[in-house]
Design a protein. Sequence first.
Length: 437
Amino acid sequence: MTSGKHHARQMFEQTLTSIDIPRMMEWKLPLQGTQLILPECCVELSGISRVCVVAIGKASHAMVRGLLNILPPNVSASGIVAAPTSPVQRERDFAYFLAGHPIPNADSWNAAEAILRLLQSTDEHTLVFFLLSGGGSALVELPLVASMTLQDVQSLYQTLVTCGAPIEAINTVRRHLSAVKGGRLAVAASRSRKITLAVTDVPLGKENALASGPSLPDPSTVAETRSLLEQYKLFAQLPESCLRWIEAGEMLETPKPGDAAFANNHFVLLLGMDDLFHAAHHAVEAKGYLACCDNSTDDWPVERAASSLLEQLDAWQAENRGQRVALIADGEVSSPVTGNGIGGRNSTFVLACVEKIARRKITVLSAGTDGIDGNSPAAGAVANGETLGRAQALGLDPAAAFRRSDAYTFFQKLDDAVVTGPTGNNLRDLRILLSEP
């Protein structure tokens, strides 16, 4: 069964290699003369006097490199990059901020202020590119509440990311408390032409959740925000400055579809769920497994998602007796923090599978395509039917590790943590479940 773990690791690594951002940008955004060809329109660059770039997210450096590769030589660009890692090479006329994720830091705040200043200087002759990828919500942040400090913002984020709410609910709250989310960056550059290029780790149809939608209209409301704060019992955990602001009725609606700021606004999906599935499907079948894909468990609680995907794997195996089969899933599972251990939702998902697959010919890998899993140094973990026995021999208890939110430590001791380092990409979490006949 060890070969299953080896195969799963190779499949994940090959998938990462296949989702190359600069190559995808050249393919999806061809340049014909002085026209940039978008999927739904053409942008004439000859009449543009200024190109501004705002890059926010874990894939920022690759996206900036790809954009500069496709712009004609006579078009120069300047801008701001907020990312959790430093670039290999800094581009001329770009300001870089080493911002915090999953909790904002001082550079997250500074980047937000710099971006607003840049956008407020744009006019009708400016073309603004928003380059958005996962992690952007924390990487650029500035509260609407004037009295909130950075420490208040960090406390708020810590509360939100550990409360167990789905990411859509968390983003709704973020958008209504932020000066840079929920379309407010588009409003800041209301006179300019705007193009949002996205490497998205959110479901199709919910693109405004990416980086909490700084350049896109937000359909969610103040009433929904208050309801979510109530549902997840967050009022008592809010910073005092934020709570007073909400109770005073100062929370404003975000800009909605139809707002004039979005009249000259374009959105292009560079890489998304289908691209990830295609790359993973190819990697899995190259190893001789019959594969199917599923994204029905997105945002599900981790235990429920584990049970459902393993049931689907069993059904797929029953339909294809005698063959090696694989189930590929993407998306994020909900994994509330219940202890002070080290780990994230991917290693926790695999941990939830350990006892369920014990002594069976099944392998489970779950990892983030950004190379980061929660507060751990790993992307995720891998386990098979022998994992429980090996753990017990070392005195490791998967149930206890689960309660401590300590999945990384559990798998690190078994040498089953999946460590890639930051990948410079961020589509979605990827789960690969393999079954041998």
